[in-house]
Design a protein around this ligand. Sequence first.
Ligand code: ATP
Length: 442
Amino acid sequence: MIEMHIGFDDTDSPKGGCTTYIAALLVEKLDSMGASFVDYPNLVRLNPNVPWKTRGNGALCLRIRCPNNLVEKIIETTIEVIEENAELSCEETNPGIIFFFNKVPQEIRDFAKRTVQGVVEMEEALRLVKTFGAEAVSMKKGRGIIGGLAAIGENLNADYTYEVIAYRTPENRGTTRRIRALSVKEMDEKTFPLTFNNIDPGTSRILITPRGPDPILYGIRGENPEVVKQAHEMVLQEESVERWVIFRTNHGTDAHLRKITSISEIQPYTPVVVRGIVAKEPKVIQGGHVILSIKDKTATVDCAAYEPTGILCETSKNLIVGDFVEAHGGVRPASTRHSITINLEKMRILELARKITLLNPICSDCGKRMKSMGKTKGFRCEKCGFRASQLKKTAVETNRKLKRRLYITSPRSQRHLTKPLCRYGREKSNAPKRTIKGWHFP
Ligand code: ATP
């Protein structure tokens, strides 16, 4: 018997396809050939800020055990299934497949971590493939080699979650998804917080169904395989489900965010967690987005909270100069229109500055707030006519609407990797020992 890890990526296009769907097809094929799965298929989200991703920058890894004499057949079948189902006619689709045998070395795990948190080069992936004797198959430019190797290296031994994905039959793909909304609401009520991000609380929008032409009918995320399976059974489908699979993933774990100690370390396309003091009054720009700047001893950087981030946008609007915050988000490179910017996913308020407002003095005769008669001309009471040329404005401390806590973008605008509030305290630290019975259909 031999342990085999099959990683692959970059098979879909904006017009269709989905790498998870290919994984579902392969699960059935390899299963019927006699391979035994040592883990659920791993759906690993890589850095959401790389510019060349199609959608969610997801890569896949299947981990199996099989008799040595089956290896060649498994390799052949995998290549065949990917060739048949990848969107090869799309220029931007460049699949890559990696076959890795036995224990995954630390160097490939480190590579995976860097692929989730930053940008890596093809040369490095190819060097690792060569050093550790993996087999790589590239189609067209083969950029998917990077994602395939990273999916193998990310063994999801730290925090992880599950997602059950149900797929549509070919004739329905591209049409409006048909599931009973009320059943999703009931499922959410019964299973939250063990399942999460089913419905956006602010807009009541159903979040389990994607919107594109891909074959996914819906995906339900949760803390354990039993609960996502149960939740899936609660959803009333009004169109046929062709197949479904439970994946183990790094969704909702914040795996992409890397803590850095100074603003000057910020690099484009690299998600960060960084602390700074609000340096400029937040500005609301067209579309309701908020831009603010934070600074530390080393540099200043802009942060953007986009309108759909809801709570986060509202929070950012209410920050004032002097607030000490921790910004969490992806980094957009500078362009001709804006400087390098952190696109906020979360904001932790560490210290709130005192908000002082200068108010006109109160009339000593009648108690009404007085009116200014112009700069250096003193004040006049409109009610009783009392005038005072010596009085000055008084400083009044205003209550801040914000609290010292973590604010997270609303579920509708969370990235796959963003850890939602309900997951704090639920982090896991060990991979499961075995899979549950019936984790895929058929
Ligand atoms: P989907 O999530 O729908 O499967 P996608 O968003 O994953 O699609 P891909 O078509 O897989 O998009 O394209 C992402 C490409 O970027 C892959 O070829 C992958 O190897 C490569 N890639 C992913 N992360 C990095 C990274 N951190 N550095 C360099 N290349 C990366």
